[in-house]
Write a protein that binds this ligand. Structure first.
Ligand SMILES: [Zn+2]
Length: 176
């Protein structure tokens, strides 16, 4: 006769399963829910099937994507600030090129400025309107394109690029 599972009988079984799928150790789960580690191990091995794990994984992923979208929508996004800084830097480059009578550099700066401004406008609009839905940013084609575009502009500005990448890492956004 199989012993009744104390985990399955636990009033917070849903939360317990979530912790297991999220990678919390059996010992820690046992501690959190006041059960024995052996009971947790048996439960994880025998009662938490692949489909349940998949569903929970998906739910965790959706929540994380929403958290990222929320963070991006908060308005004080570092990306935004970095791009603004890029525009400022390009502007000073442009002023210098003009003062030096360096037309090719001035033209190039203008082109970069236009790109950066377009990126900034897109970021402002796109982030607020489109990222409120549940998406995994790492799999969003729009986001990947946007990210590549930003990185291209930032290639000329190592400091801003480092800031940007740091922020992306903080938000746990991968490299697409
Ligand atoms: Zn169980």
């Amino acid at each position: 006769m199989a012993r009744p599972c104390t985990a399955c009988a636990h009033p917070r079984i849903a939360s317990l399963n979530r912790d297991l799928v999220a990678g919390v150790t059996n010992a820690e789960v046992a501690r959190r829910y006041g059960l024995k580690p052996d009971a947790i191990r048996r439960h994880a091995d025998n009662h938490l099937d692949e489909e349940q794990r998949r569903e929970i994984t998906l739910a965790l992923r959706t929540e994380r994507a929403q958290a990222v979208a929320d963070a991006l929508n908060e308005g004080d996004v570092e990306i935004h600030r970095s791009l603004k800084r890029v525009v400022t830097e390009i502007d000073s480059l442009l002023q210098r090129a003009k003062a030096d009578g360096n037309d090719p550099l001035a033209l190039m700066s203008l082109r970069e400025m236009r790109n950066a401004l377009m990126d900034l406008a897109k970021l402002t609009g796109t982030l607020q309107n489109e990222l409120t839905v549940n998406v995994n940013l790492n799999e969003s084609p729009q986001f990947i394109v946007l990210r590549q575009m930003i990185l291209r502009v930032l290639d000329r500005h190592p400091d801003a690029k480092a800031d940007f990448l740091g922020e992306m890492q903080r938000l746990q956004i991968g490299h697409g």
